[in-house]
Design a protein around this ligand. Sequence first.
Ligand code: AMP
Length: 367
Amino acid sequence: MRVGVLGGGQLGRMLALAGIPLGATFVFYGPEAQPPAGVAGAVVRGEWDDEEALDRFVTMVDVVTLEFENVPLGCARWLAARRPFWPPPSILEVAQDRVAEKRCFQRLGIPVPAFAEVDTPEQARRAAAELGAPGILKTRRFGYDGKGQLRVSDPDDAADACAVLGGVPLIYERVVPFTRELSVIAARGADGRVVVYPLAENHHHRGILRESIAPAPGVAPSVEAAALRHVSAVLEEFGYVGVLALELFETSDGLIANEMAPRVHNSGHWTIEGAAPSQFENHVRAVCGLPVGVPQLAGAARMLNVLGALPDSSALLAISGVRLHLYGKRPAPGRKLGHVTVVSPDPEATRDVASVARRFLGDASPD
Ligand code: AMP
């Protein structure tokens, strides 16, 4: 099976590393000349609307998937008319717009934060006054890793916040008083079978994921069941094939959905060592029409992102139990350059080893 992947970042690279043992080969498409995934497959360089380059890409692959959900819809639809394309473009349309995404969650009975569409600065002020502050103004499209967001503590600051974000359209969300952030990752096969990974507990720093702990400790069975219900509802709604992640806030009133990612997800990197099959293998299996596998856990896992600066690899690898993944990217502030995973039957041990490993992650990953 020749798998075409839109985007060539670390997620594509890890998809290929998981899929090659199954006999799959990979072709990555995107505007970058030397993407991180290029070491694991062929690269077709092109803009998202370059039909000539897309044509060349299509002839090289049997199925198309993605590792980057902001692929323009026109491009996704053009490809979907020529090859099996997973996840379906219909979910991209929803996931690319925070308002459409929240409406979809509401339709499926998945709780969301109180929110309002903001099409003028005056609407931002009114939203903050009516829904309550503090809130967060976010760009409707193309936000990631906390970019394109501003906290609003006073409705009178909302109009200025709009300007800082580069203008409307925006969405205003009331700040959710969460106890912690969780995510659920599930895979749906072409036969409709759904498998789910245990919830991960996620810690962010300035909007960027810094650490995931899986299985998230102390999750009530009712919370685990609600997460499964929510992620399954989205998978079924779209006739989804592949891996989907749902980011959740845990509150005293239950789970509230933040956003979804129609792809493999950073909070599932622990599955490479912590579960078999990993999220990457299950995604490749699904898009290739192979059965998805129920994850068998190797133990408790912790994943630390390597952010901004390259780590001291020698020091990290001298720590027993530390597994290091580097993505071949050039350092830049806040950029995800790699991750470290620690897996042990003993959750306490993962905490102790991870706290030693954190010392060698580089200066740009502060406490
Ligand atoms: P996002 O890009 O929407 O995933 O937001 C990045 C991070 O900002 C989240 O992981 C949360 O830590 C925080 N955040 C976003 N929206 C909210 C909200 N409505 N209430 C509280 N925290 C939020």
